[in-house]
Design a protein around this ligand. Structure first.
Ligand SMILES: [Zn+2]
Length: 216
C-alpha cells in the first residue's frame, strides 16, 4: 500500500514495498527565445526537459535517507519500524494541473538573465543553459539544481556579495559562510534543504515518524 499526499508544490508518494519516498513535481512549460534566436523545436524541448529531469533525479535523488520509527505497536504500520527509505525526485512535463509554470528562455550570450523562482506565482524562470554547471567567479553550481531547491522550500543562503544591489540587505543567512552549499554558491546538498518535505512526510502515516538525513 502506498501513501500519497498532494501539496501545492509537489506530490509525495511513500512506497513501503520499494522502501522509497518519491517527490513528484509537475511542470508546465512556456518556451521563449531572445530576439534573433531560432524558436524551440519539439526535439529541443524534449531534450531540455529530459536533461532537467535527469539533473534533478541524479543530483537530488538517492542522497537522502528517511528513517522510520513506529510508536504504536498495535498498529499495522509497525512493519515500517526502523526501516530506511530512499528519497527520489521526478519531474513530469504536463500541459495542465501543473505545480509550477516553467518559463525556459533561449538567451543571448550577453544577456543579463536572472534565473529565479517566484513562490507566490508558482513560476520558475530558467535560461536554456541552466541545465549545465555554471562557473562564474566563485559560483560553481548547476542552476536547475539550485532553483529546484526553492520549489521544495529551501531559501537562498548566499551573501550580499552575490546579490544584485537592490536585493542586498543587512540580514544575511546564518549559513552565509557555507559557500559549498547548493543554496549558497556551491553544489553540495544539506539536510536542511529538505526540512519542508520532512515536515510533510511526517503528517502522512499515523503513528509513524521519519527522521531525514543526508547519506554520506
Ligand atoms: Zn536562489
Amino acid at each position: 500500500m502506498n501513501y500519497i499526499k498532494k501539496t501545492d508544490a509537489y506530490d509525495i508518494y511513500i512506497e513501503p514495498s520499494r522502501k522509497t519516498i518519491v517527490i513528484r513535481q509537475k511542470w508546465k512549460y512556456i518556451w521563449s527565445v531572445a530576439s534573433g534566436i531560432p524558436n524551440w523545436s519539439y526535439l529541443e524541448k524534449k531534450a531540455w526537459h529530459q536533461k532537467a529531469d535527469n539533473v534533478i533525479w541524479q543530483q537530488w535523488g538517492s542522497k537522502f535517507i528517511f528513517w522510520a520509527l513506529s510508536k504504536d505497536h498495535n498498529n499495522s504500520n509497525t512493519s515500517l519500524h526502523k526501516k530506511e527509505f530512499n528519497l527520489e525526485f521526478d519531474i513530469q512535463w504536463v500541459t495542465s494541473d501543473q505545480h509550477w509554470i516553467a518559463n525556459v528562455k533561449k538567451i543571448n550570450a550577453l544577456e543579463d538573465f536572472r534565473s529565479r523562482v517566484n513562490l507566490t506565482e508558482k513560476k520558475i524562470h530558467l535560461a536554456h543553459i541552466d541545465i549545465k554547471r555554471r562557473k562564474v567567479g566563485a559560483i560553481n553550481q548547476n542552476t536547475v539544481k539550485h532553483e529546484f531547491g526553492h520549489t521544495i522550500g529551501a531559501n537562498d543562503e548566499y551573501g550580499n556579495a552575490y546579490k544584485r544591489a537592490y536585493n542586498q540587505t543587512t540580514y544575511e543567512s546564518i549559513y552565509v559562510k557555507d559557500t559549498k552549499g547548493l543554496m549558497n554558491i556551491g553544489n553540495e546538498l544539506r539536510t536542511r534543504y529538505i526540512r519542508d518535505i520532512e515536515l510533510e512526510v511526517n503528517k502522512m502515516i499515523p503513528g509513524v515518524t521519519f527522521a531525514a538525513f543526508l547519506e554520506k
